[in-house]
Design a protein around this ligand. Structure first.
Ligand SMILES: [Fe+2]
Ligand SMILES: [Fe+2]
Length: 328
């Protein structure tokens, strides 16, 4: 998923121990893929629907913070790039809703669950984009963290999800580079531009680390997801991977990460970093982030405004089907 920062799903894996058939176990043991028509435990199916749906919701809500900057991007070139990026995110949402449908989920129902707050989206999108540099910080850090989370999902045990991730990850790498390039440009610009880039990184650094979810000790559902081959690495392992990758890139950018405790640990072969304030994450998950209400209101309005498009598409399809029947 985009991140693991959705809070603990109350229904997840409550029936984890039940109903694993021989054939399902064999597929997992061979590290092969479970396909839509294969037998699978109900708890596996439910867990995947929820994860894929929340991933899809994150992709489409994630269009909002950056979409805000399309009309204000500093040049035509920047506008075109940003528009393409935001459009990619809509496409990611589309692949993912389609992947959830292969498990028998109904797309209208999933959107309903998003709009009524029963399913979450990644909390990172509840932070505001205050300056143009935020678009750079989101691409570099948020899409960067998403890649670290999503690359292992290319080997997820559920075939349609794994295959969707291959293309998504390729596009995310482009997003990460465009963010890096925006920050690099600003960092080499005037002192004011560099300060703007630094400020964006300061605000987005800690929320990006929180995208990997609560620490492993506090992440009760991970073990089952790992056993099912949905999740391949723990939250803390992925977070460490992200920090290791990002510290060097920050140096190239000439920007600092807002954590004085970051230092190379020779013994561990990794960078150490400071403690994360997870109370903030839990507050944002509960709906008290700076933009939760705004994001949901915008999403619900967009859905309502789009009702006529869905109706027209259904009417068109009904006519097409009737014509095909007439011809037959
Ligand atoms: Fe995406
Ligand atoms: Fe992206």
């Amino acid at each position: 998923m985009y991140g693991n920062d959705f809070g603990t799903p109350e229904s997840q894996q409550q029936a984890a121990v039940t109903g694993e058939s021989e054939s399902f176990r064999a597929v997992l043991a061979d590290d092969a893929r479970v396909e839509p028509r294969d037998e699978m435990p109900e708890a596996y199916r439910k867990t995947l629907i929820r994860q894929i749906a929340q991933h899809a919701h994150s992709e489409i809500i994630g269009m909002q913070p950056e979409g805000n900057w399309i009309s204000r991007a500093p040049s035509l070139r920047r506008k075109a790039i940003l528009m393409a990026k935001v459009q990619d995110e809509a496409g990611h949402g589309l692949y993912l809703y389609a992947a959830a449908e292969t498990l028998g989920a109904d797309r209208a129902d999933l959107l309903d669950q998003l709009h009524s707050g029963r399913q979450k989206y990644s909390s990172i999108f509840n932070y505001p984009t205050l300056t143009w540099a935020d678009v750079g910080a989101i691409g570099w850090l948020v899409d960067g963290a998403a890649i670290v989370n999503q690359v292992p999902l290319c080997r997820c045990s559920y075939g349609p999800y794994a295959r969707a991730m291959v293309r998504v990850c390729k596009e995310e790498s482009f997003h990460q580079r465009q963010g890096f390039e925006i920050l690099h440009h600003l960092s080499q610009g005037t002192p004011a531009q560099k300060a703007m880039a630094q400020d964006a990184v300061n605000r987005y650094w800690w929320p990006s680390l929180m995208m990997f979810g609560p620490p492993d000790d506090d992440s009760p559902n991970s073990a089952q997801s790992m056993a099912w081959g949905i999740k391949r690495f723990s939250n803390d392992d992925l977070r460490q991977r992200f920090v290791d990758m990002t510290v060097l890139q920050a140096e190239i950018l000439g920007l600092t990460l807002p954590d004085p405790e970051i230092s190379w640990n020779e013994e561990r072969g990794h960078y150490d970093f400071g403690d994360i304030d997870f109370t903030e994450l839990f507050e944002v998950i509960k709906g008290h982030g700076p933009c939760n209400e705004q994001r949901m209101a915008h999403r619900v309005k967009a859905h309502e405004d789009g009702a006529w498009v869905r109706e027209a598409a259904m009417a068109h399809e009904a006519k097409r089907a009737a014509r095909a029947e007439g011809a037959a």
